[in-house]
Design a protein. Structure first.
Length: 309
């Protein structure tokens, strides 16, 4: 163990992504059959001659992602919709879910019934079969959704494909997700993703859960590039300020890049059903994120967003 590791022995010192990196570095695959493991919105593994299998999981914890004062049905929607959004970010469609639930013994039957109403409705809306799960007693409500999906091999999109000159887009307005209640009623952008992968072949994609700046930072780091985003182009949700759009998170819009030729193709063909907002361009200099202000001045942006630790 290095001196640096000794000085950072608590999870809070490592931070969320430091913890992920630590776990990732300690995992040894038993074989090389997986296509994409830790580090993207979903794992990608072999499935058939034409498709890959997608695997993702999301955990919601009372007091972190929701409170008991919120609608239990809406919490159920969010629980499964977040995983469906991860599948969308890979260009795929969701198929099967197993759901594990931790609850205190004092939790009401009405809360659980409403929670599963939300889960079942959203699963039905997106053609997902809930096929199993587990239950356990604990001190607060915890919901974990593990989801499988599938994607055509020629349509899968990763975080690491952005290249210099690519144009950066987002599928909708950002900011004030929590205060507006959007984080409990968002619609996973499965249809948008399908339109993108069949028509314009995104070079990279991610869903905006930790915040625009943080999630764009993931693309930049994985793709080893930089970016310039334009203040005047960033779409803000009603009542949101630029700071909210950059950092709030839990918007669950898709953030993606298109080659310059595909971006021009979209500009020529765009329709009312699928509106994408161009917000900037990929440049050199790995991980370097800058913003062009309304006055045309470039300023560096620190890649921060919602962090669990």
């Amino acid at each position: 163990m290095s001196d640096k590791d000794i000085a950072r022995t608590e999870i809070g010192d490592l931070g969320e992504f430091g913890l992920i990196d630590r776990i990732k570095s300690g995992i040894t695959l038993v074989n090389k059959s997986s296509v994409c493991g830790i580090g993207d919105d979903a794992a990608v593994v072999p499935f058939s001659s034409e498709k890959y299998l997608l695997l993702t999981t999301d955990m919601l914890v009372e007091g972190v992602h929701f409170t008991k004062k919120m609608s239990a049905k809406a919490i159920g929607h969010k629980a499964i919709a977040a995983s469906i959004s991860d599948v969308a970010a890979m260009g795929g469609i969701a198929k099967y879910a197993v759901i594990s639930l931790g609850v205190p013994a004092s939790c009401s039957k009405q809360f659980i019934s409403a929670l599963y109403q939300g889960i079942k409705k959203t699963a039905k809306d997106f053609h997902v079969n809930v096929v199993g799960g587990d239950t356990v007693r604990c001190h607060k409500v915890i919901i974990n959704v593990a989801l499988t999906g599938e994607v055509k091999k020629n349509e899968v999109v990763y975080r690491n494909g952005a290249r210099r000159g690519d144009q950066i887009f987002v599928t909708g307005p950002l900011g004030r997700s929590l205060s507006s209640g959007w984080h409990l009623r968002f619609v996973p952008r499965i249809t948008y993703a399908k339109h993108l992968v069949t028509k314009y072949h995104p070079t990279s994609m991610i869903d905006v859960s930790d915040g625009l700046v943080a999630d764009l930072g993931h693309i930049l780091n994985e793709s080893r590039v930089g970016a310039i985003i334009e203040e005047s182009l960033i779409p803000c949700r009603s009542g949101a300020r630029l700071k909210n759009a950059l950092y709030d998170g839990e918007d669950f819009e898709l953030l993606f890049t298109l080659s310059s030729s595909q971006a021009r193709k979209y500009q020529d063909q765009r329709n009312k059903q699928f509106k994408y907002y161009r917000i900037g361009e990929i440049v050199g200099h790995r991980g370097n994120l800058q913003m062009k202000t309304a006055k045309g001045v470039l300023k560096k942006i620190n890649a921060k967003g919602y962090i669990h630790f």
